[in-house]
Ligand binder design. Structure first.
Ligand SMILES: [Zn+2]
Length: 452
């Protein structure tokens, strides 16, 4: 594979010490130093939330905890959790801790039900956000001379502007293409010599496919890095995009409620883990049912407390994302804790006839089958009174056949593989190449049509 650029060349040969580290005094600090910074900032943050946000003051008073009870990092467990509901109930400004004339930007996540979640940032919050972004893009080998084509929609969604400001502050040339119009995106890559593409992984694959149809030789393209976000990216999907587009792809993790993109990012040394910006976030991993901490390195639900975020202080936010976190030093030289990439969101889980099913499990099974694309859709209904799951699987052109027997055998083989992993049976429906709708934003893999 062609490795384009000095930073990526160094990474490809394991020379991680040649890669830039944005802030080594934090990113390579000892655990003691990181924890000391976290504790000092946590104490300030809890006080800030208590003094300025009635919602926190009421909950903390009810729990019998005051800011002066926070003396160690472990004392964070004395604080109540915050969840999405709290931000919905206080829509739009109830959780704000600064006067609105100090707020310089507003973002929101689209609520699938009810009100959206609104978050605001003051000037200091914007600086903090840009710092997080500068770290994670440099982990991916992005350098100030890069030309970054932003294929995220700008709008209220945090992904577009969040990455834009940090990349621009690093010195990159920003090309604000926005989402959609794939042929135009490809034309812009060629005209402007874009070197970095920011998009969801599924949209990058779509750009790749359309480019191939247009006769683009991606190996000769100026593009060298893909910065992904907005939806989970399986290793198989990332590997496929890297191979076909001749680029290096990393993804980052974040959520609107605690800031947006930039909570953690993937380095090039260990591709399944993401470094957490620990001086800006305290992480906890808890048992999703009991809320109690799990042992270090064990899977559980990620809980985040942003530090130094002033417009909306959020304490112990329950992400519903399942991960595990390790703290040993990484081969890239960084010492900040690393979280495993989030594959399943605990609230994305489907319960089918009493069994938990994650869309990521379906994705894993499909990625191991030749002849199918990474595009799929799960449709659940209970028209017959019983939960019924149908998985729409898109075929690659070479897997398509005129023989009904052959196609039916292929379909049944996929059903059997899915049953082996999911433990519940499902129906597979084969869809012709290109038959599953592509999305320019977050891909919706699940359509739940069940009536209560
Ligand atoms: Zn690393």
């Amino acid at each position: 594979m062609t490795v384009k650029g000095a930073a990526l060349e160094a990474a490809a040969h394991g020379r991680f010490d040649e890669l830039p580290i944005h802030n080594p005094s934090i990113e390579c600090a000892s655990r003691e130093r990181i924890e000391a910074i976290q504790l000092a900032r946590l104490i300030d943050q809890v006080e800030w939330a208590y003094d300025r946000v009635a919602w926190y003051r009421e909950r903390m008073d009810a729990a019998g905890v005051s800011p002066s009870d926070i003396k160690t990092l472990a004392d964070i467990r004395k604080l109540p959790f915050t969840d999405k509901q709290a931000l919905r109930e206080t829509f739009p400004y109830g959780m704000f801790a600064v006067p609105l004339d100090e707020v310089v930007e507003l973002h929101a996540s689209s609520g699938t039900t009810g009100k959206p979640i609104v978050v605001g940032y003051d000037k200091g919050d914007m600086d903090l956000w840009a710092d997080c972004i500068m770290r994670l893009v440099q982990m991916a080998g992005v350098v100030p001379s890069d030309r970054v084509q932003m294929a995220f929609g700008y709008g209220m969604f945090t992904g577009g502007f969040g990455l834009h400001y940090g990349l621009q502050r690093l010195g990159c040339m920003m090309i604000p293409a926005g989402s959609g119009n794939t042929e135009r995106q490809i034309q812009m890559i060629q005209d402007y010599g874009s070197t970095v593409l920011v998009s969801t992984p599924s949209y990058a694959l779509h750009v790749c496919e359309v480019g191939e149809k247009m006769g683009i030789d991606w190996a000769k393209s100026t593009l060298r890095v893909g910065l992904f976000g907005g939806e989970p990216c399986t290793p198989a999907l990332k590997a496929e995009i890297e191979r076909r587009m001749h680029i290096v792809c990393t993804d980052n993790y974040g959520l609107t409620e605690v800031m947006g993109p930039g909570v953690s990012g993937e380095c090039l040394a260990e591709r399944d883990m993401q470094h957490i910006a620990e001086d800006h976030f305290v992480w906890e991993v808890v048992d999703p049912e009991t809320g109690e901490p799990v042992a270090e390195g064990e899977m559980g639900e990620l809980v985040l407390t942003p530090l130094g975020k002033h417009a909306i202080p959020v304490l112990r936010y329950r992400t519903h994302d399942l991960t595990r976190v390790v703290t040993e030093r990484c081969a890239c030289g960084r010492t900040t804790a690393r979280m495993q990439k989030v594959r399943s969101r605990s609230d994305d889980m489907l319960i089918i006839r009493g069994t938990n099913v994650f869309p990521s499990q379906v994705e894993d099974v499909l990625s191991g089958i030749d002849g199918v694309t990474p595009h799929y859709r799960i449709v659940v209904d209970n028209e017959t009174g019983l939960d019924r799951m149908t998985v729409h699987v898109e075929l690659k052109p070479e897997a398509f056949s005129d023989s009904f027997e052959q196609m039916d055998a292929f379909r049944r083989a996929i059903e059997e593989k899915l049953k082996g992993v999911l433990l519940v049976s499902s129906k597979v429906k084969l869809v012709e190449p290109g038959g599953i709708e592509r999305s320019t934003g977050k891909t919706k893999h699940v359509q739940d049509l069940r009536k209560m």
